[in-house]
Design a protein around this ligand. Structure first.
Ligand code: HEM
Length: 202
């Protein structure tokens, strides 16, 4: 099972971004810090959150033009793969959208500045009730996302260590392989011939 180089790059970039956003979201809402640092971390979280949303659309467009590797043979596994993919795609879209709604609904009316470059428009009117709803949705969606990512990683490790197939390695960068079979035989023959010549030395 091999994915294209672009699919692998998009997969790992999105994975790194989402793991970073989960960690940053957790830290910025809980850790003890001064207001200025908290403000900067919120802005960073919101900006990278938009990058993640952009990447999801890129991945969706890429998916429609490129074929994914063939699905597994067993019916149960096929269903699990389909359900897992549907869950991950849904959360990749809903998690950032709920974050955007949370930032917009904040009664503090703090603008969202995309990496300090421009102000992102709000999608919801600010208000306490709207903020409570959006912020709860963002919390539960991202918690579900973290749980599904753990299951996704566990499934990939099971394929590698228990089933011994190439599902995980198919998503890793291609390693430079050693000499091919024929090349290796030729190299062995050259080395043998060298040994023969050396043995005739005086
Ligand atoms: C895949 C993308 C995202 C992930 C995985 C993510 C993850 C998280 C997490 C784990 C939290 C902590 C939740 C809590 O404990 O209450 C959080 C909080 C927050 N996120 Fe996101 N986030 C994402 C995208 C966004 C986006 C795009 C925005 C805004 C444009 C955003 C705005 C916020 C805000 C304002 C909070 C604080 C909520 C509060 O104070 O209750 N997030 N995020």
């Amino acid at each position: 099972m091999r994915w294209s180089g672009t699919a692998k790059a998009l997969h790992w970039t999105t994975a790194a971004l989402i793991l970073g956003l989960l960690a940053l979201g957790w830290v910025m809402t809980r850790a003890d810090m001064n207001a200025a640092l908290r403000f900067d971390l919120y802005q960073l979280h919101k900006s990278f959150g938009f990058v993640a949303l952009g990447l999801v659309w890129l991945r969706l467009i890429h998916l429609t033009f490129r074929c994914a590797p063939e699905p597994p043979k067993s019916r149960l596994e096929r269903r699990l793969v389909r359900a897992g993919r549907a869950g991950l795609w849904t959360l990749m879209i809903l998690a950032p959208l709920s974050g955007w709604a949370t930032a917009s609904a904040s009664p503090l009316e703090i603008p969202t500045l995309f990496f300090g470059l421009f102000k992102v428009p709000d999608v919801v009117r600010p208000g306490e009730a709207a903020f409570a709803l959006a912020s709860s949705a963002h919390f539960w969606l991202t918690a579900l996302f973290a749980a599904l990512i753990c299951l996704h990683a566990a499934a990939a490790l099971k394929h590698h260590f228990i089933d011994g197939d190439d599902v995980l390695t198919g998503m890793l960068p291609r390693r430079r392989s050693g000499p091919s079979g024929l090349k290796k035989v030729r190299q062995d023959n050259v080395l043998k011939r060298l040994d023969e010549v050396r043995s005739k030395r005086f």
